[in-house]
Ligand binder design. Sequence first.
Ligand code: SAM
Length: 454
Amino acid sequence: MVLPSAFIASLRELPGFDEAAFLDVHNQGVFPTSIRHNPRKAGQSVGFGASHPVPWCASGRYLSSRPSFITDPAWHTGQYYVQEASSMFLEQAYLQHAAGFEAPRVLDACAAPGGKSTHLRALMGDSGLLVSNEVIRTRVGILSENMQRWGGAGVLVSSADPRSFGTLSDFFDVMLVDAPCSGSGLFRREPEAVKEWSPEQVELCGARQQRILGELWRSLKEGGLLLYSTCSYSPRENEDILDWVCGTLGAESLALSPDPGWGIVETRAPLSGAFGYRFYPHRLEGEGLFMAVLRKTGGAAVPAKRTAVQGLVPLGHREADLVKPWINEGDRYMYARLGESIRAIPEAVAEDMALIAAALPVREAGVALGQLMRRELIPDQALALSGLLSSVVPTLALSRQEALDYVRKDELRLEGAPKGWALVTYEGQGLGWVKVLEGRINNYYPKAWRVLKR
Ligand code: SAM
């Protein structure tokens, strides 16, 4: 792999950079594969060998090879997420500084495809509200899919421009900005991206990162935390951004204490002295990453922009009584419609979700239960994966081959299955819905999720 000379020259003075070792790992053509287990769906094994733990993430494991995840039914039930190991350092940032917030309101502002959002949801346990936002419309579908697969009800998926968040003034306790960047940290995995790199592109990314942060700033509470990360090595997108946030928006830096044996390099921003953490593939098993934690001390902010929204409409008692039996502890939820879809929203975050749905374009709120048609609930895929389902709903356990037939939407034969709706499961976890009729089984796996690979 030929890396641009201007790129290498821009890294030479950075702490922890070793040119020969850096070029060497980029020329080897190999990189680690890692997954993060889902604690909600724990206790199950992945159908292939996990080799050793990711040092900075309790649920992270490296794999000895890269299997076909798409043909592993356990992946479809959301038992694990395939994620690059350095990104899992979010766990240290969250646990060391954000774990003290009780029932926090957390925003993941640049969330697709959902790696860090699924991680945040796991780190938050069952409490608090996570808003996973992705401004690029074409990327919201995959974010929503991954959040559904991960399960749980305390997530709202929105698709708003960062500037629209200004209408939620002083709202969030924690904000993750995993910013769009020049992507040099991923060159080893995506050699095609090398062609896009230029000093001008780095400058454009830096300016965009400042714009995003400035637009979001109003919605972070004073004393709230900004977790900032990129997968770029360039100081313009990292240390310089910390300086700009501290100096212009008003923030102080919080240090992290990674184990010295992990190979993570601490860096300081030139003006503010803010702490940052650099990941280099020649120093550890992972790709290039930068991460920092800042605490908001000041209030400079860009004015808010209002956008057209759909809103959550509370469900009447009669309709709520029709859907409640489908879920466990149904009284802990508020029921509402988002468009045609009926949602179960944890009471504890219902007011917050309603407020956000009135301010931003919302794609998902709580768990989509399904649609009511002539007083019958047509259950949603999200309900199957949520972990909320009541034990009175019939289930059909599938073998690995049957589970694969199911996600491929091939014909299923399940002898002796009782008529009506049933949840199909794999290794004890919900996979999707079938409706058993006289002489045939209707497969309700979403068409858009169908697996084509044989
Ligand atoms: N956090 C994600 C994860 O861990 O799976 C990865 C996020 S990726 C580094 C950055 C995201 O920012 C992309 O999904 C991209 O679509 C989004 N993005 C692009 N332009 C943006 C903008 N102007 N404002 C906010 N987000 C933007």
